[in-house]
Design a protein around this ligand. Structure first.
Ligand code: FAD
Length: 414
């Protein structure tokens, strides 16, 4: 096979997944990541359907299984913490609101990173600043260091992708906001949540949630608000103040979480948006994962898309014997229909997730209670099988050997 020089921007899920598959095929892979090192921890993500199949084909099932979270299900609570609805993890054959195979984003990133062959070069704390394509390659410029030539550039750098901006145009052309401001962070909490994903929805489209961490006494907290006028707060302090002001009157765990928010070392904030692109490839540039087709956290399918995207991109290059143009066309055409399905939001979208009025909140609680009962369970079942909505090509490539790969002998220090 034609061996390529490949630059991947982003080292979360899509980036390391693509890096390991492409490096196993013998390509020379460089990964550039803005963060100073591998970002551990992070929110809970799913290994569902085709995403799980990709993990199996990579030989990483045992490594991810060892880090799965123990969860009991989803429960809606009121302002005093009383349960109003429960959906156990066993609902919908383990593929419901909380699935039986969930893992922290950082744990999955670590498994993928450690499985990368030793030849993969990681450039931490750097970013692409410009991409210039000509007839036989792309010149990438970086914040630090000299420009470099590559045969293929892969943007796996998430919602605010620098590669998308450099290769395809401004964010405003592709971001489709869903009217949800969202913050997530890790909090120490002495109130036991006993393995449950607990969520409180309050008037005004406000949502407070906690989910289990792998460490007892710690939770993954989420704060979300909808229909909030004005420009999005850009700096950290303004983001904290927005939540403090808007959530000041809420009960349950909210006061404790607002305090924890200010000292969390992994506080993150986003105005949630789908990334809508007719084509997520151009010339010698391809986007993978949230960078090219973020479906938003409301779908629970972002990680599946990132893994499947990396797998199909690598498989396409193996199939084309390293010829970039036909590979990218194949990648685009295989993935496009799956992206369209995965990006459909659950019923009600952000309105259903964060209802504003008392009647809408009561209706939401009723629908969570009803969803596991006949006939609603049958009607809703297709929503929870969307991760199976692609017939994964079986690329017989060196990137997908069978058998398990040891991931424990690699460290973050390179
Ligand atoms: C609160 C929340 C809850 C979620 N819940 C779920 C869930 O339940 N199930 C699910 O499947 N998915 C969920 N998701 C979505 C999931 O996290 C993403 O879809 C998935 O992480 C996408 O992976 P990615 O590698 O494409 O992008 P990201 O995980 O966003 O990673 C992008 C990487 O690129 C790096 N980067 C960014 N800019 C640059 C730059 N300029 N240069 C270099 N590097 C850069 C970032 O530091 C990061 O490491 C959730 C997301 C959030 C925010």
């Amino acid at each position: 096979m034609n061996k390529l020089r490949i630059l991947i921007s982003g080292a979360s899920i899509a980036g390391p997944a693509a890096a390991l598959l492409l490096a196993r095929q013998g390509h020379a892979v460089t990964v550039v990541e803005r963060a100073p090192g591998l970002r551990e921890g992070g929110q809970t993500v799913d290994l569902r359907g085709a995403g799980r199949t990709v993990i199996e084909r990579m030989g990483l099932t045992a490594a991810t299984d060892a880090r799965l979270l123990r969860q009991r299900g989803f429960a809606l609570v009121d302002a005093r913490g009383r349960r109003r609805a429960e959906v156990p993890v066993t609902a919908f054959d383990g593929n419901g609101i909380v699935s039986s195979r969930e893992i922290l984003r950082g744990d999955l990133a670590a498994v993928l990173f450690r499985a990368c062959p030793p030849g993969v070069e990681f450039r931490w704390g750097d970013t692409v600043t410009a991409l210039t394509e000509d007839h036989d390659g792309v010149t990438a410029e970086f914040e630090t260091g000299a420009p470099q030539r590559f045969d293929l550039v892969v943007g796996a750098d998430g919602l605010g992708s620098a590669v998308r901006r450099a290769g395809f145009g401004p964010d405003s052309d592709y971001l489709d906001p869903i009217d949800l401001r969202y913050a997530w962070f890790t909090a120490e909490l002495d109130a036991p949540i006993d393995g449950w994903f607990l969520m409180h929805t309050a008037r005004g489209g406000r949502v407070v949630s906690v989910r289990p961490d792998r460490v007892p006494g710690r939770v993954k907290a989420g704060l979300a608000i909808r229909g909030f006028d004005g420009a999005a707060p850009r700096d950290r302090d303004a983001q904290w103040r927005m939540f403090e002001e808007q959530f000041a009157d809420l009960g349950w765990l909210t006061p404790r979480l607002l305090t924890a928010m200010r000292t969390a070392d992994d506080f993150a904030y986003a105005d949630l948006a789908r990334v809508r692109m007719d084509r997520f490839v151009t010339g010698r540039i391809a986007l993978v994962g949230d960078a090219g087709y973020s479906p938003t956290p409301l779908t629970g399918l972002g990680t599946t898309l990132a893994l499947v995207g990396a797998y199909v991109l690598a498989g396409s290059l193996a199939q084309s014997d390293g010829a970039v143009s036909p590979a990218l066309d194949h990648y685009q055409s295989v993935l496009r229909p799956f992206v369209a399905t995965a990006q459909r939001l659950p019923p009600g979208g952000a309105t259903g997730f964060a209802p504003r009025s008392r009647p809408a909140i009561a209706m939401g609680a009723w629908s969570y209670r009803a969803m596991t009962t006949w006939p609603f369970d049958r009607m809703l079942a297709p929503l929870f099988t969307k991760a199976d909505g692609i017939d994964l090509p079986d690329y017989a490539t060196p990137g997908c050997q069978s058998g398990s790969i040891s991931v424990m002998n690699r460290t973050n220090a390179r």
